[in-house]
Design a protein around this ligand. Structure first.
Ligand SMILES: [Zn+2]
Length: 522
């Protein structure tokens, strides 16, 4: 059978079917049936039943499927519990499970329930550095004042350090980079009053996640220096490299051996250190004249969340949360009195000073020009031309001096579209008419951008990262990722080197000092 082309389908109408005799009609119906089945099967394709990648699955269906899974699992459990025989075998299984965990082979067992937390399993063998680190420079830390009486302390040459640790730090050379090993020595001194004062490594904010064995603390006492942390964060967030790839890269190119756990800790530390900067950026955001805002699906431990972005000429703030209206308040507080540029999503509709993104409408109009129905595609074409002209007359700056200005013409096409039968045409016309003031706001407010391209561009990077990494796993990971994205993007908008700035933020954060704001380069 020949596949029915678009042209073939557009020729088939009720009149055509009525003109056919029974035999022909059955033949045509057969062809149409085969075509419909083929389309339906293609619609039902997903990553489970075809070679499509998981990223092409609908985020909405994914959540529903997980919910169903949970239900069937509990149903199965119920069935099991009513059966005493099964109960016995379960007990035996449980014993075997415990035994094998005790032996440290928990990871090897195939049962899904046995999978514990990600990373090193309890009982697994530890790993040690095979060759000791050789320090290139020694950095002494002396106590300056007596902790008891505040008197200035003098350090005598026979003082011995009471503790020391190694730090690997990245140094940017004129060309290339080098990772050097520093040895930090901490001294103590005795005051005339008799009090012994020790110099101590600095420490700052502690990030707590319930159920975790060790909390994340920003502190100077650690193996990885601020610039190297910044470098690792750049490989992970900006260059979207996985933890194992970063490990391989560091070992092969700069001869630095770090565990996956240390790398992960560095990336989160960089993000957590940047969080106070994002708070300041959020405050600055409220004074902006125009904010572009957009959202895209995101996963946190497989759960469907939304990644929001609010961006201006000099500020970009990212946030991971639900798609509810309240999340918007996290980015845009009641103090904001400027303009919002958004897509047609309903959560924005209550905000009055708003520009509806024309690029979204144009894309929908283009889709309309390609539909089978002739009337709908003609009206779609007209709508498309009016929308494009609306942008053009404004960007050329000579205004619309004709007797019939574009907004009026656009309005009339939409009225025609709303009266039409075609559902997509009707929906688009209704979308424009319902949000009319926001669609044409830029006509009456010069300087207001008609499209939301800035926000969409700002989300592109994260969308690709989501397809590679499948999102974040904890609320701490989400906060760290958003904070890093916000600082990197804001630095780029302000033409500041983000990696030096982030290293500075980490160095201060480890002392418990709030970082300086990102300056605007002249
Ligand atoms: Zn003293």
């Amino acid at each position: 059978m020949n596949r029915l082309s678009k042209d073939d389908r557009s020729q088939m109408s009720r009149d055509y079917f009525q003109s056919l005799d029974k035999e022909k009609l059955v033949e045509v119906a057969g062809n149409l049936h085969a075509f419909a089945v083929e389309q339906l099967e293609r619609l039902e394709q997903n990553s489970n039943n075809s070679s499509r990648p998981p990223s092409s699955d609908s985020p909405f269906l994914k959540e529903a499927a997980e919910f169903d899974c949970g239900k069937t699992q509990t149903a199965n459990q119920h069935k099991h519990l009513t059966d005493t025989e099964d109960l016995e075998s379960e007990k035996v299984e449980e014993k075997q499970k415990q035994k094998s965990i005790a032996q440290g082979f928990g990871k090897r067992l195939p049962s899904a329930e046995l999978r514990l937390t990600p990373g090193k399993q309890p009982g697994a063998r530890g790993m040690w550095r095979t060759t000791p680190l050789v320090p290139k420079i020694t950095i002494p830390h002396y106590p300056e004042n007596c902790a008891a009486c505040n008197a200035e302390l003098t350090i005598t040459s026979d003082n011995k350090p009471y503790m020391g640790y190694y730090v690997l730090e990245l140094e940017k050379q004129e060309s290339g980079v080098e990772v050097i090993c520093q040895l930090h020595h901490y001294y103590s001194a005795t005051c005339e009053c008799g009090h012994h004062t020790k110099a101590l490594p600095g420490f700052g904010y502690v990030s707590v996640v319930s159920g975790r064995s060790k909390d994340l603390q920003l502190q100077e006492y650690g193996l990885v220096g601020p610039m190297l942390v910044s470098f690792i964060a750049s490989l992970a967030v900006r260059y979207r490299m996985s933890r194992p790839k970063i490990q391989e890269f560091l070992l092969e190119w700069v001869s630095v051996e770090l565990s996956i756990g240390t790398l992960d800790r560095c990336i989160r530390e960089a993000g957590i250190a940047c969080a106070p900067v994002v708070k300041q950026l959020l405050c600055e955001l409220q004074a902006a004249e125009v904010i572009h805002i957009d959202e895209t699906p995101w996963y946190e431990k497989g759960k469907l969340c939304w990644l929001w972005v609010a961006i201006t000429n000099t500020i970009a703030v990212y946030h991971i949360g639900s798609r509810r209206k309240e999340e918007l308040l996290h980015l845009i507080s009641s103090a904001f009195i400027g303009w919002l540029v958004t897509d047609g999503y309903g959560a924005y509709s209550s905000y009055e000073k708003r520009q509806h993104c024309l690029a979204h409408l144009i894309r929908k109009a283009i889709a309309l020009t390609q539909v089978v129905n002739k009337e709908a595609s003609d009206l779609g074409q007209w709508l498309l031309e009016e929308l494009r002209e609306l942008i053009q007359t404004l960007s050329s700056g000579d205004g619309d001096n004709s007797d019939d200005p574009v907004p009026g013409r656009l309005y009339r096409v939409c009225l025609l579209g709303r009266a039409a039968e075609h559902p997509k045409l009707k929906a688009l016309a209704q979308e424009i008419l319902r949000d009319w003031d926001a669609v044409v706001a830029f006509v009456y407010h010069p300087g207001l951008p008609p499209t939301n391209n800035e926000a969409e561009r700002a989300l592109r990077h994260a969308v690709i990262a989501r397809r590679i990494s499948y999102g974040t796993r904890t609320s701490e990971g989400s906060l760290a990722y958003c904070s890093l994205l916000s600082v990197i993007e804001t630095c780029r908008l302000r033409k500041v080197d983000p990696w030096y700035y982030i290293a500075q933020v980490i160095a201060l954060g480890r002392k418990g000092i709030l970082p300086p704001l990102i300056s605007v380069a002249l």
